[in-house]
Design a protein around this ligand. Structure first.
Ligand code: NAD
Length: 442
């Protein structure tokens, strides 16, 4: 069993390229990143000690446009993971049809062990070390696991300070990263975009499969859903699914989860509770009433371990945390018939095969979570054109984009008689090949 995400990414590329009859030179170009950057980040901690962290940025490919992808702060960040994530960004940006290539980066650190001052110092040093290789038309980072708009704001600040030699517009300075706070050029709707986009993908596919959240299996209320991970992504997937009539029965984060077979009615209440307590287990809400007390006092709710959520009896499972959580060890025990991959790379290759044989429909990450980067593109565009769109405008454009991308992937899956995952890769490779051939024929 090999769960190395980079090996998996290369296998996914190879399988789709073989099906497509793909150009060999381009295949080799996509088989390795264009550039790998690793930097050392020594900082003085508040207690006077010195700690040295490692920072990474992988620029996979820029055929479609500037490299684009998030920055992740996590102790397990390593080069192979970042290479895979950068590759997936190249594919994702092509699937959703935004003019970006793929990149990804991060720092191997547990940000929860740092004070805010230390986090800011570390981020600003990282920005300085990346200064030469990032920019609105070169490489545009964004938030990912454990990073947020505030962190993006620090990067803009540092970039602006260093950019004294080149005369570039304010919009171009701001467009160095996306996912910024609204006051410094962030886009309305960016915070909810990944979750909202995933829900549009699911709704579009359910229509094609002749299902609706409200057209239910006999005698039941709403297709039931379990969401693993309750951060930037999971929280809004849960909220928008609930609005569309799905029944959210379980939520989890890294420290535990809740399972309420009757349905969790107040997702916003759970979010508020998690914000107050810092973790999910014990945040039980029915209607607008939230009970934050002990397990014994909770009515009909089970507190579960984070990984238990994967095996619950639900219609739809939504992994929204980290990669490699659905493996050959647990794939057989998964009861959901649909998996909406909101996290990047949550399913190992072996698990993919097992689930395929069981007839589970997997909506692949590079389609399901592409609403985030689609809205990052909107933010970048607004910065460069000095525009500001309302949240309503952003979500309307996003819905259209997600529906088009889903239609395209679905049609490719029919044409090539293949899974949605392979279809998404085929669609991405076709688009990249077309752009590349146009560029090389000039
Ligand atoms: P986040 O840090 O805001 O949230 C991650 C959540 O996962 C947290 O609630 C954390 O407690 C939880 N978690 C961690 N380990 C867990 C475990 N073992 N079991 C259950 N929960 C666990 O990160 P995010 O931005 O929400 O990103 C989540 C995933 O979505 C990542 O794979 C990321 O690459 C992907 N993604 C994010 C975006 C975006 O716009 N933020 C866009 C595309 C893809």
């Amino acid at each position: 069993m090999n769960n190395n995400p980079w090996i998996r990414a290369k296998q996914q590329l190879t399988q789709a390229a073989n099906k497509l009859g793909f150009d060999k030179l381009l295949f080799n170009m996509l088989s390795e990143p264009d550039r790998i950057i690793q930097v050392s980040l020594p900082i003085k901690m508040e207690d006077g000690s010195i700690k040295v962290f490692s920072g990474f940025r992988v620029q996979h490919n820029n055929i479609q446009g500037p490299y684009k992808g998030g920055l992740r702060y996590h102790p397990k960040v390593d080069m192979d993971e970042v290479k895979a994530l950068a590759f997936w960004m190249s594919m994702k940006n092509a699937v959703v049809g935004v003019p970006f290539g793929g990149g990804k980066g991060g720092i191997a650190v547990d940000p929860k062990t740092l004070s805010e001052k230390e986090l800011e110092k570390l981020t600003r040093l990282f920005a300085r070390k990346l200064f030469d290789v990032i920019g609105a038309y070169k490489d545009v980072p964004a938030p990912d696991v454990n990073t947020n708009p505030k962190i993006m704001g620090w990067i803009v600040g540092e970039y602006e300070k260093l950019n004294t030699k080149n005369k570039i517009s304010k919009g171009e300075l701001l467009a160095v990263v996306t996912g910024k706070p609204l006051e410094i050029g962030g886009s309305e709707g960016r915070v909810v975009a990944t979750g909202y986009g995933g829900v549009q993908v699911l709704l579009t596919l359910l229509k094609k499969l002749g299902k609706s959240p409200k057209a239910l299996p006999a005698g039941r209320q709403g297709l039931t859903v379990a969401v693993m991970g309750f951060g930037n992504v999971g929280r809004y997937v849960a909220e928008y699914l609930k609005k569309e009539g799905f029944k959210i029965v379980a939520l989890s984060d890294s420290r535990g989860g809740i399972y309420v077979p009757g349905g969790i009615n107040d997702i916003q209440g759970v979010s508020k509770c998690k914000e107050e307590k810092g973790f999910l287990s014990g945040c039980y809400c029915v209607g607008s009433v939230c009970d934050f007390k002990n397990k014994e006092k909770l009515n009909g709710q089970d507190i579960i371990k984070p990984e238990d959520i994967l095996e619950l009896p639900v219609d739809i499972l939504v992994p929204s945390a980290l990669e490699n959580v659905i493996t050959s060890q647990n794939a057989d025990k998964i009861k959901a018939k649909i998996i909406l991959e909101m996290a990047n790379g949550p399913t190992t290759l072996e698990a993919d095969e097992i689930l395929g044989k069981k007839g589970v429909t997997i909506i692949p990450d590079i389609l399901a979570n592409s609403g985030g980067v689609a809205t990052s593109y909107f933010e970048w565009y607004q910065n460069l054109h000095n525009e500001h769109w309302t949240e309503e405008e952003v979500l309307k454009k996003l819905k259209e984009k997600m529906e088009i991308a889903t239609d395209e992937v679905y049609n490719v899956s029919l044409e090539y008689k293949t899974t949605l995952r392979e279809a998404a890769y085929i669609q991405a490779l076709k688009r990249i090949e077309k752009t590349w051939k146009n560029q090389t024929s000039r």
